[in-house]
Design a protein around this ligand. Sequence first.
Ligand code: 5GP
Ligand code: MN
Length: 338
Amino acid sequence: MNLETINAIDALLETPQRIVIIPHKNPDGDAVGSTLALWHYLNDMGQQAKVIAPNDFPKFLKWLPNNEQIINFEKDAASAKELINDATAIFTLDFNHLGRIGELQPLLEEASATFVMIDHHQEPSDYAKIMYSDVTMSSTCEMVYNLIEAHKGISYITPEIAICLYTGIMTDTGSFKYSSTSSRTHIVVASLIEKGANNTLAHSMVYDTNTPSRLHLLGCALKNMVILEEYRTAYITLSQEELDRYDFKKGDTEGFVNYGLTLEGIIFAVIFIENKDEGIIKISLRSEGDFSVNEFARAHFNGGGHNNASGGRSEKSLSETAQYFTSILPSYKDQLTK
Ligand code: 5GP
Ligand code: MN
């Protein structure tokens, strides 16, 4: 974190602010963990802060301390609007452009507050006056740790902040296994455990709270997997009818895409999930090694993210999307098989 950024944040927080903190739509562990941790930190310091999420987040995160204070814009648009209009500072966390916040986008575009971005996605847009953007970071949670360390020092990390940050780093690094996990990530995580994060609790609350229907949905997803050895690629489709059959709940498909990569020799894994309400196919893409799913998602699926984990969408039908995907693989053959 550079001195200029930390000085700008310090100057901003020297006086009382009305602060709104915003994660991306469909908030994941990193988005919820980082926004909640920052909320704890700012409120502990006497600032007036609120977290507003564009929509709901998965049940496996609904044990994090004070998660119930997060305002869901889809359920409580009126309070969210008032808070945003009235805010003097808006912190946006874990996303790189305002297109990632759904219906909140026009409200933020009109807001007169000072914007602060804390994010690790590629190609950040320039809406924020104060930018802490670093694509080498494992997670936004690791960045919030760095911010606290550089700002007031890690003695301000309470057990509540520690568990929120631990959980976000854990989920965004696939439990400390993705290539974004550095020695520094482990140092931060060790420090969070020392500060009171109950690491076994985080793992069991996030990963050992399956319902039978979620495991059945996983079974269905694995049965649907198509393996294209020639391109070292595996993809999964899930139709709305299949989601309904297995009583899909938000977050149930989290991590499914990674199963493709567990196959020996497969370096590119994708899942296509039909969402009839939104009229789109939501796409998650993962890779191992140099193949950039960020570039692939940007080029073909109106998305982006990181080199090894990205997302996107398609407005074609599920089968047309899968067909289109298969049809563009030949032009990536060199990259996928080198
Ligand atoms: P997931 O597949 O878990 O939804 O997302 C993987 C990564 O890609 C995350 O870092 C997420 O923020 C990013 N991502 C997911 N969907 C989109 C999208 O539609 N657009 C962009 N730019 N990034 C996305
Ligand atoms: Mn993240």
